[in-house]
Design a protein around this ligand. Structure first.
Ligand code: FDA
Length: 308
């Protein structure tokens, strides 16, 4: 059986990258997970989801920038996304918000530099009355991302970040974000992390996810529970019912193209559901993280390749 670690490690190798990028066998899966090469295509998909009653978070794919020019290009794309949503006028506007990455804003070029770019995006979002979510990346960026968040939150209420349950530190960060009254998206975590910082056993990650979700739903403003794990979602729905927590006070989030049946079911049961809609031509790292989450996808493609 192909493991998550093996897929993440081999997909980073240059010849494998070339194979996956070029092979027509991967095309249908790329199309399923990525909402288009351009903002315009992604907006078409976003509008279709909004029409069905889902909320959306748009993500301009791409990660680390290594020059100021690249970081400024990423910043202007974020602002263009906010302007385009503003023109499309979802009601309320925040039904279509954006997710950004601080490494795209230039975190490798300096914490203060990335913070300045991020603040510029927040000013644009404030003008549109919209919200900006900061995705969480590999663990080398966690502390810096949360430090920036702590500095920015007193000035901007229209932003929040992501915590990853696989990190051993996250129970403390959940408390820290609750104290700051920050809006948090909770995920299990998608990067390859060592045992010094992250639980390696899926059972431990799942237990942390349930424990931390319950705290965020009960204690944090408008928590975002981002998972496709139906068993966990059912347990959280029972928790919400038992504690008489208002369903409107939090939302579920899922990725574009994954468990559409579950997205529909939750929506029809009256839960808020936001779909994360990624677009752009820098789709490779995002795509391989999705393959690694479900090794069966990769296994079937490889099998058909070797069948000839
Ligand atoms: P788990 O991996 O246990 O999967 C549960 C079930 O979901 C599977 O049994 C399968 O049915 C289905 N499933 C999950 N992934 C699938 C796939 N790729 N294809 C098909 N079925 C699949 N991570 C991160 O580190 N930083 C971030 O900022 C974000 N942001 C983010 C936003 C949103 C809206 C979501 C939903 C997820 C993220 N993630 C993330 C990714 C997250 O960390 C995690 O890797 C994935 O959500 C998969 O974990 P699950 O919670 O779905 O559980």
């Amino acid at each position: 059986m192909l493991s998550r670690t093996l897929i993440l490690k081999t997909s980073a190798l240059k010849p494998v990258q070339k194979l996956i990028r070029k092979s027509f066998l991967f095309r249908p899966l790329v199309k399923r997970f990525i909402a288009g090469d351009t903002l315009e295509e992604a907006m078409g998909n976003a509008q279709a989801l909004l029409d069905k009653g889902f909320n959306v978070s748009l993500d301009n794919l791409g990660e680390n920038t290594s020059t100021e020019t690249e970081a400024l290009t990423a910043k202007s794309t974020y602002i263009r996304m906010l302007d385009t949503i503003g023109l499309q006028k979802p009601e309320p506007i925040e039904r279509c918000n954006i997710s950004i990455k601080l490494t795209q804003c230039g975190l490798d070029l300096g914490t203060d530099y990335a913070e300045r770019n991020y603040r510029d995006v927040l000013v644009a979002a404030q003008q549109h009355k919209n919200f900006v979510r900061v995705d969480m990346e590999a663990s080398e960026y966690t502390a810096r991302t949360l430090e920036i968040m702590e500095r920015v939150l007193p000035d901007f209420t229209n932003t929040g970040t992501v915590l990853q349950s696989y990190l051993i530190r996250t129970d403390d960060d959940v408390q820290r974000m609750i104290d700051l009254k920050a809006r948090v998206r909770l995920v299990k975590g998608a990067y390859l992390e060592p045992a010094t910082v992250a639980y390696q056993d899926k059972k431990e990650v799942d237990a942390a996810y349930v424990r931390q979700s319950k705290r965020l739903i009960a204690e944090a403003p408008y928590a975002a529970i981002a998972t496709h794990d139906e068993k966990i979602i059912n347990e959280l729905n029972a928790f919400v019912a038992e504690k008489k927590i208002d369903r409107a006070g939090f939302e579920y989030q899922m990725l574009f193209g994954i468990r559409r049946d579950l997205q529909e079911r939750l929506r029809s049961e009256g839960y808020n559901v936001r779909v994360y809609v990624p677009f752009g031509d820098s789709w490779y790292p995002y795509f391989t993280r999705r393959l690694a989450e479900r090794p069966a996808n990769t296994f079937f493609i490889l099998k058909s390749m070797f069948k000839g």
